[in-house]
Design a protein around this ligand. Sequence first.
Ligand code: FMN
Length: 169
Amino acid sequence: MNNMLQKNYLVVYYSHTGNTERIANLISKYLDCDIEKIEDMKKRSGPMGYVLAGRDGLLKKLTNIGNIKNDPSSYKTIIIGTPVWVSVTPAVRTYLSLYGNKIKNAAFFCTMEGSGGKKAFQDMEVVYGKKPISTLEIKLNEIDKDQFEEKIKEFIRRIKTLKNLYYSK
Ligand SMILES: Cc1cc2nc3c(=O)[nH]c(=O)nc-3n(C[C@H](O)[C@H](O)[C@H](O)COP(=O)(O)O)c2cc1C
């Protein structure tokens, strides 16, 4: 796509219980940009759903995802969010494996209980095939205490600065 016709930002995320969605909504609000939720077609409710979700994350499984509304190649930078399920969620892994080659610049964010964000980002980078321009990890206790707004603003500042460097290449 012609660079002049591209929009600046798209936020894409998967969320099972709403935490990642909350952060995704804020990022899209601050960037005043389009937002897209990835739908995992696999049923993941109940205790068995939880166990299998963890297993799918650990085993780096792909899944079936719903049709996307926004063509990633229409945007200069895509900000992609996932909960940590040991690694990246199958839904976001699948999105990256299907559309990663259409993403010019990517930034990653995740929400998690305590740890695993770096591993999720490493795995996302492998599937995407390029380094993200920026990353952001948010822990549940930061969400509970509403301590994430400043981190998000800093993440956005970095994206806005770095994207200019990357575009000029
Ligand atoms: C199957 C499963 C596996 C998880 N694995 C981890 C983990 O390895 N490390 C961690 O810190 N949190 C883990 N969590 C907690 C989630 O990452 C956390 O609750 C996240 O904020 C959920 O995001 P969501 O509300 O957008 O679905 C796991 C949650 C589920 C359901």
